[in-house]
Design a protein around this ligand. Structure first.
Ligand SMILES: [Zn+2]
Ligand SMILES: [Zn+2]
Length: 333
């Protein structure tokens, strides 16, 4: 079978590999689609994702497919089931796991990071992280349950109320998921920043955004109760703090470089009684992600920009491709 193997730092290779065998509690999944995100970019460049990836390894932590074999102890899933996989596997034994914060697990392993993921025709996963899909959720959309679930976790960490006015900083893929989540969670107003008028105008229309702000030519007003930073750069992190009103919550969701810093006026944090919240991965939020797709409250068809092949992945990750926006790989027919 065909697999896209990360063989070293900045080295991807299409290889013909053996079909995997499931352990007793595992299933084999015929991968159909796999999303590419910033984590894959980091892993390709030798940086950690949610955990370290040790080559040779097959990436593809955002994935969907159809079960093709089940292990001897599997009773709740069967061959032919359409599924998606929550990549993150918690140890269940460390202090964090035992205090209801499994996302902070000291022994995190992950499908597509520490074990082979969906960028190969067949991969395995333990049943506890495999989720059956409702009939009306297509496999392409389902491949992006993981990023939706990470955004849901971020929302879970905030205290969202109907009176709030919300701003999403950054109109990349995650920003556009957050804009849809804020709308469906019922805040009063959802605004969005970006850097291109035509892109922003299209997003305003298709995602029912109240106001779009092009930060290359407009100041962001300081009038938001909830600000989601979905870029991960010092300049936008500063914008996020400055866009707040008293009592506001700022979700620092965008992932910066490990050594990156931004400057912040701590007097403002005191005077406005700000909450600044981080969010790491996606504990217990996969069912919500699937439900949001099922109900149509999150629509990723509108925001997936490119369907690519396994052969195209390296050019996307090394920046030589001219594709922009979210890429989803069609792994097999
Ligand atoms: Zn991802
Ligand atoms: Zn643990």
């Amino acid at each position: 079978m065909k697999a896209l193997v990360l063989t070293g730092k900045k080295q991807l290779e299409i290889q013909n590999t053996e079909m995997p065998e499931p352990k007793a509690n595992e299933v084999v999944i015929n991968a159909k689609y796999a999303g590419i995100c910033g984590t894959d970019y980091a892993l390709y460049n030798g940086l950690p994702g949610s955990a370290d990836a040790v080559p040779p390894i097959v990436l593809g932590h955002e994935n969907s497919g159809v079960i093709s074999a089940v292990g001897s102890d599997v009773t709740d899933l069967k061959v032919g089931d359409r599924v998606t996989v929550d990549p993150n596997i918690y140890c269940g034994k460390c202090d964090y796991c035992r205090t209801a914060r499994p996302e902070l697990c000291d022994n995190l392993s992950a499908v597509g990071v520490t074990r082979n993921g969906g960028l190969e025709e067949y991969f395995t996963a333990p049943t506890q992280v495999v989720y059956k899909l409702p009939d009306n959720v297509d496999l392409k959309s389902a491949a992006t349950c993981e990023p939706i679930s990470c955004a849901v976790h971020g929302m879970d960490l905030l205290n969202i109320k109907p009176y709030q006015k919300a701003l999403v900083i950054g109109d990349g893929y995650m920003g556009l998921i957050f804009a849809q989540l804020l709308r469906s969670y019922g805040v009063k107003e959802v605004d969005l920043t970006g850097r291109h008028d035509d892109k922003l105008a299209a997003e305003k229309e298709k995602l029912n955004i109240d106001r779009v702000i092009n930060t290359t030519k407009e100041e962001i007003p300081a009038e938001y109760d909830v600000v989601i930073e979905a870029v991960g750069q010092p300049a936008t992190q500063e914008q996020a703090i400055e866009a707040t009103v008293k009592g506001a919550q700022v979700l620092m969701f965008g992932v910066g470089a490990p050594d990156q810093k931004f400057s912040m006026n701590t007097y403002e944090v005191f005077k406005k009684q700000l909450t600044i919240q981080g969010a790491f991965i996606n504990p217990n939020s996969f069912e919500d992600a699937i439900a949001l797709l099922q109900s149509g409250k999150v629509n990723v068809e509108k925001i997936i920009d490119n369907i690519i092949s396994l052969e195209d992945v390296e050019s996307v990750l090394n920046g030589t491709s001219n594709l922009t926006g979210k890429c989803v790989v069609k792994v097999s027919d």
